[in-house]
Design a protein around this ligand. Structure first.
Ligand code: SF4
Length: 466
């Protein structure tokens, strides 16, 4: 998905910018970038982080970065930040975005305005450059951002670094968070609040959906108020958000404990051990274990010394191999035991199938799986974290294809967790994965665990509602 961090300070901003951006590394695997502004102008570095960590790539750049304002990004796709010269003056821009109508917006730029795009190194239009084009259509940066928010389908949160300071804009429907942090003499804008405490910042406030602010050394000025409709991604809490982060004031780890508790409340299976599939399954498992009174143990441990981050090679076979190499089974804990695993979600299920087969090879008596959210039936249209995957690969969809021989028009009957169709879909998934039992979280329980009203949450990938 990607993440960003920006700092406006009365002192050198580079150390905060460097570490604050690094704290978004779990959100993206392709590119990292930093841009800093000082009296001489902008300095920018972009590196490929596919095979190495952000920090190791940027450490040697630090002596060449100095200034009091800067923005940084971990990008799951395109090169960022971009430095743009326009009628707004020179500015640097980073985005966390999915432009679902990129082709349509680019065609409009080509046809009506005879524009051109220069960031074509990946043979595709750089989405952040397209956002910059849209911003340049406004008389002011603020108007341009509002225009971009209105015409983009998908999602788009933006940081723009100018001579004046940083413009921070949250996605129109707030699919991802943007949060302001403050400490004496400095203000930060961040996607993940876990970036703040170790740098000495406290959460100042959460931007609302579509809200735009300008951050300068003198303070924060609201340029556009928040909109009424919020559709923050529920999956942030379940899966890809960092446990130490808060969104809308709600902590990720605490939600995962509540998800696990909810799963345990509805369960009657007898097991010897509760475990999480690392990493994001761990919080859910702790919640389950505490509620069920069954010990939480680790039948697998992750080999963190050389696999510290989400390394996502493009080739699926290499990805599966990496997933296998990361997790090391412990026979003494597995053998002869009835194991219950909590998992954040079952996306495609291929890696999970391998894990389950290995657990039985190591002597597990039973394996029960309890995903912390309902089955994924609808592919996400709003965030780009699953860009390379077809929605037909989702566990729910291949199970439906097996039941129906094709993809039916009416998927809602499978999303209804009280229907026979839903039960049949689960049974196909359970058998394909080789599980003793499979029981998913109820959507109502997930919503309750998060603690926001359902109408403020995006739950599209489970129930198809927009
Ligand atoms: S569809 Fe799913 S992953 Fe996408 S924004 Fe909505 S809840 Fe998040």
């Amino acid at each position: 998905m990607g993440g960003f961090f920006g700092v406006v300070s009365r002192e050198d901003c580079v150390p905060d910018l460097f570490y604050g951006t690094d704290y978004h590394s779990h959100l993206g695997t392709m590119r990292g970038g930093l841009a800093v502004r000082n009296g001489q102008g902008f300095t920018r570095f972009i590196h490929d982080i596919t095979n190495s960590q952000f920090r190791s790539k940027f450490e040697s750049d630090l002596p060449r970065l100095n200034g009091t304002t800067g923005i940084g990004v971990i990008s799951d796709y395109e090169d960022q930040p971009l430095i743009v010269g326009s009628h707004h003056g020179t500015y640097a821009i980073v985005t966390v975005a999915k432009l679902d109508n990129l082709d349509e917006l680019a065609a409009a730029a080509f046809n009506r305005r005879r524009s051109h795009f220069v960031e074509m190194s990946g043979n595709e239009i750089n989405p952040t450059e397209l956002v910059a084009h849209l911003i340049d259509e406004g008389d002011t940066i603020e108007q341009g951002i509002q225009h971009a928010q209105e015409v983009i389908k998908g999602s788009c949160s933006i940081l723009v670094l100018t001579d004046e300071g940083i413009f921070a804009a949250r996605d129109y429907l707030g699919r991802h968070p943007v949060v302001l942090g403050e400490k004496s003499g400095s203000c930060a804008a961040t996607l993940e609040t876990c970036a703040l405490p170790n740098l000495g910042y406290e959460i100042h406030r959460y931007l609302g959906p579509g809200e735009i602010v300008k951050i300068t050394p003198d303070g924060v000025e609201q340029l556009a108020p928040p909109g009424e409709r919020l559709q923050i991604c529920s999956f942030l809490w379940v899966y890809y958000g960092y446990p130490a982060s808060n969104y809308e004031g709600i902590n990720v780890e605490a939600v995962r404990y509540r998800c696990g508790e909810a799963l345990a409340r509805r369960d009657d299976v007898e097991v010897d051990i509760v475990a999480g599939i690392p990493d994001s399954g761990t919080g859910h498992a702790i919640g389950y274990s505490n509620a069920a009174g069954v010990p939480h143990q680790r039948p697998f441990v992750k080999y963190t010394p050389t696999w510290p981050r989400s390394f996502m090679p493009q080739d699926q076979r290499v990805r599966d191999l990496v997933a296998r190499m990361k997790l090391i089974p412990i026979k003494e804990i597995i053998e002869g035991n009835r194991l219950l695993f909590c998992e954040d979600s079952i996306v495609r299920g291929t890696q999970l199938r391998d894990i389950i087969a290995r657990l039985f090879d190591y002597g597990a008596k039973e394996i029960h799986m309890r995903p912390a959210c309902p089955p994924l039936v609808f592919g996400c249209k709003f965030l780009n974290f699953s860009r390379s995957k077809s929605e037909l690969d989702l566990a729910g969809r291949w199970a439906i294809a097996e039941l129906e021989g094709n993809q039916p028009d009416n998927l809602e009957k499978y999303a209804d967790q009280t229907s026979d169709h839903y039960c049949a879909m689960l049974d196909v998934i359970r058998k394909r994965l080789g599980l003793t039992s499979l029981r998913y979280q109820l959507l109502d329980d997930l919503v309750e665990s998060i603690g926001l009203p359902k109408e403020k949450l995006c739950t599209f990938c489970w129930d198809g509602t927009e």
